[in-house]
Design a protein around this ligand. Sequence first.
Ligand SMILES: C[S@@+](CC[C@H](N)C(=O)[O-])C[C@H]1O[C@@H](n2cnc3c(N)ncnc32)[C@H](O)[C@@H]1O
Length: 198
Amino acid sequence: MVAKISPTEFYNKLASTYDATLKDPRTDAQHLKEAAKIFQKYHSRVGGSLLDLGCGTGLLKELLKGEFEYIGIDIAENMLHYASERGYKIIHKPIEDALPEIPDCSYDFVFALGCLLFIEDIDSTLAHINRIARKSILLSLDNLTQEFIRNITVTVYNHSQVSISNAKEDYTIRGWRSPTTGITIQTRMIYIEKVNLN
Ligand SMILES: C[S@@+](CC[C@H](N)C(=O)[O-])C[C@H]1O[C@@H](n2cnc3c(N)ncnc32)[C@H](O)[C@@H]1O
């Protein structure tokens, strides 16, 4: 097991190269593109408020078509700097602290992409997401291998087997290849609709 640092330190260090790394073919990042594809399938030409948990640099905004108000929650201020430049309103807090403070049905759409692996209490987080979203939810859950969990320098959790009964889309893709460990991660993509959007 390698020595661990906090996700804040990890992502503050990575922030300036994060977008380039994600766009690098060697990372083969598919989860964000897949999320945009699913969202576009159910929401053509829409707008509304969009809460992006663990928003990082706000890359999602480059991929979604439509006029949204983006609100991002993240613990790494260097990542949030880029999200802010992209037009995100930012909340600099851990997801675990921020979600309980948000009233029910506050945002049309809630996204949590590439960030739930850092959250220990997945059940409580999913309950808050479900409570906060008015229209729909998009999640990615990474199926982390034991080798990855041992070798990545932050503490991570494999929540890929969590039970989600009300999903409209629920399937696994080749999600991304870890630039630090070289390990390819399978990612479960979940789309939940709170109201009938047709
Ligand atoms: C792999 S990046 C994903 C960024 C973006 N969602 C994407 O898919 O490109 C993970 C992000 O989650 C953030 N993060 C990790 N743990 C967090 C926590 N407990 N609360 C808020 N943000 C967290 C990190 O700082 C980082 O920006």
